[in-house]
Design a protein around this ligand. Structure first.
Ligand code: GAP
Length: 568
């Protein structure tokens, strides 16, 4: 149970002082609030900080936990077709050779020869409306790019591998070299066979993992948005190759409409395009369930030159941060790239045997099979250099006719820290509310705060986080109206003890009731429960809604049921 900063006398004075003036920069105001109230602290602050690393305080850790739990509940707990996994951060270095990270997980880096500043070359170009040019051996800067200091004396872009290196065991030589994982996904791929063997899942099915990832970003920035240590929530959802779907279902459904349209419930004839749409839709529903509705998000379908080397298609879910529209999550169709690579590098088969496919193909005549092989060869030839040779295609078809294939993958991959930042940005709000209305038991009048201006007479600034109850760090605060009435305090304490057996809750007796409400508004607590004189007579309490500040009277015994309904 986290302790909330801000309940000491000095904290109250400080909170009151900062609450009289509205702030002009939303990110600066949010950063200050996040530090003051214990959401996010700069990493290693005591020693001057360490760029790209962040610490989460008592409320931040609770917020991230709620986000993770909401994801896990939707992706694993409530589904029959997904299982969980927790793999090591440090894996055999050959994992990264197979995945392509050792050679390909690089960012182009340039240095300014005047001020010595270091830049991520593509980001520097984009900031100036230019595009980094690709050459045969790497990258080239376009004409006119300048450093922030104004100089155009920049080095040529050099490839910089983003993986953090470490050594396993006491000897620091090449044989002991290992990496901190830059994504959680590979831990899933290398355990595909283990999970198939132990879980009785059948394709299509998914494996989900939440965990830390590390990237030695050239230029960590935008608060926690691009960090060097962060947390991912990744699902690898394994599906049949379209050809297997075709054999089993007699056709492959073509999706109708864009990525903003739900394709409906999964069906036997779904190929990768339908599954990709399905997962985009599922993920959009998740975001709505944690307070980021579709109108707060942007769907961006990556074009060819944005796609990672392994992806056939990728749809980004983006959010409008104060520093621009940026990716929250990517949903990629990775084909069979990863399992194929691990099969090749490990020498161990990763093929999946599909009984339904074997049964369907057993009904085909030799002529039907030959026609199928011919169609596959023609399709591969149309893909040019990327396609399989005719011989390789025949071997692949033969394995398919035996019921075996490498599953393809749809991968929704999200960052916990980015989601936490997005929900905080979306939730942050400043309002002008009539002074002392709540102390007088009235619903305050609310005006929208005007940036840079002071509140009009009779109004004060209210800062609040309109966090969705599903992810709010504290679900309910419980107060006795008067701290010097032992019966009220004891009754409030009993209610608090009961409620906190279900959710993180907070008990506060310090200061006027209006101030206590404000402190909870500022940290996003959606509900406040107040015990007063009437409670002792009729066992009812007031239940206050953070956003509307409306209060209703409810039976104290019904609180768990009422709150459960609202928090779901
Ligand atoms: N397995 C695929 C993969 O890792 P990615 O787009 O590189 O794809 C997925 O990362 C998600 O991880 C991103 O959408 C973002 O939410 C989060 N992420 C990636 N790099 C990050 C960073 N440096 N700091 C914070 N979050 C990051």
């Amino acid at each position: 149970m986290p302790r909330i900063a801000g309940s000491s006398r000095q904290d109250v004075a400080r909170a009151q002082a900062v609450n009289t003036q509205p702030t002009s920069s939303p990110l600066a105001a949010l950063t200050a609030l996040a530090k003051r109230r214990g959401f996010i602290f700069p990493g290693s602050e005591l020693y001057g900080g360490l760029n790209g690393f962040w610490d989460y305080g008592p409320l931040g850790v609770e917020l991230k936990r709620q986000i993770r739990e909401a994801w896990w509940k939707d992706i694993v707990q409530k589904r029959d077709d997904v299982v969980g996994l927790d793999t090591a951060i440090v894996m055999h270095p050959r994992v990264w050779d197979a995945s392509g990270h050792t050679s390909g997980f690089v960012d182009p880096m340039v240095d300014c020869l005047v001020c010595r500043r270091r830049h991520k070359a593509d980001a520097l170009c984009e900031e100036q409306g230019l595009h980094l040019l690709r050459t045969e051996n790497g990258f080239r800067l376009p004409e006119g790019v300048r450093c922030a200091c104004g100089s155009n004396r920049l080095t040529e872009p050099r490839a910089f591998n983003l993986m953090f290196k470490t050594f396993v065991g006491p000897v620091e030589d090449a044989s002991a070299l290992a990496y901190l994982r830059p994504e959680t996904a590979q831990g899933i791929f290398i355990n595909f066979n283990n999970v198939v063997a132990c879980s009785r899942q059948k394709v299509p099915f998914g494996i989900a993992q939440i965990g830390k990832a590390f990237r030695n970003e050239i230029n960590p920035r935008n608060y926690t948005f691009r960090s060097r240590e962060f947390e991912q929530m990744e699902l690898e959802f394994f599906i049949r190759p379209d050809e297997a779907v075709d054999i089993i279902a007699g056709c492959v459904a073509s999706p109708s409409g864009g990525y903003d349209k739900s394709p409906g419930d999964p069906s036997l004839n779904w190929g990768w395009e339908c599954w990709l749409r399905y997962w985009v839709d599922q993920r959009m529903r998740f975001y709505a369930s944690i307070g980021l509705p579709p109108q707060s998000l942007v769907l961006h379908e990556q074009n060819r030159d944005e796609l990672a080397h392994y992806a056939r298609a990728c749809v980004d879910i983006q959010f409008t941060f104060p520093f621009g529209v940026q990716e929250l999550e990517g949903i990629a169709a990775r084909g069979d790239f990863d399992l194929r690579q691990h099969q090749r590098h490990s020498g161990k088969s990763h093929e999946y045997f599909d009984e339904q496919l074997k049964a369907a193909i057993s009904k085909w005549s030799a002529a039907e099979r030959e026609a199928f092989v011919a169609r596959c060869i023609a399709r591969e030839q149309a893909r040019g250099a990327c396609g399989l040779t005719a011989d390789a295609c025949r071997v692949w078809c033969q394995r398919l006719f035996e019921g075996c294939y490498l599953p393809h993958v749809i991968e929704p991959s999200a960052g916990v820290d980015r989601i936490a930042l997005a929900v905080l940005c979306h939730a942050y709000r400043e309002e002008w509310v009539s002074i002392r209305s709540e102390e007088a038991g009235e619903k305050p009048r609310i005006l929208e705060a005007q940036p840079g201006l002071s509140p009009p007479d009779g109004y004060e600034l209210r800062t609040l986080l309109r966090l969705h109850p599903r992810i709010a760090p504290i679900k309910a605060a419980v107060f006795p109206l008067l701290r010097n009435r032992p019966e009220q305090v004891a009754r409030a304490r009993a209610i608090f003890d009961h409620l906190r057996s279900f959710w993180p809750c907070f008990f506060d007796i310090a200061g006027a009731i209006g101030r206590r409400y404000r402190r909870q508004d500022e940290i996003g607590t959606p509900f406040s429960v107040t015990v007063d004189f009437r409670t002792l007579e009729d066992h009812t309490v007031t239940l206050r809604d953070r956003d509307t500040m409306e209060q209703i009277r409810v039976a104290a015994d019904s609180l768990p049921e009422i709150l459960a309904e609202k928090i779901r």
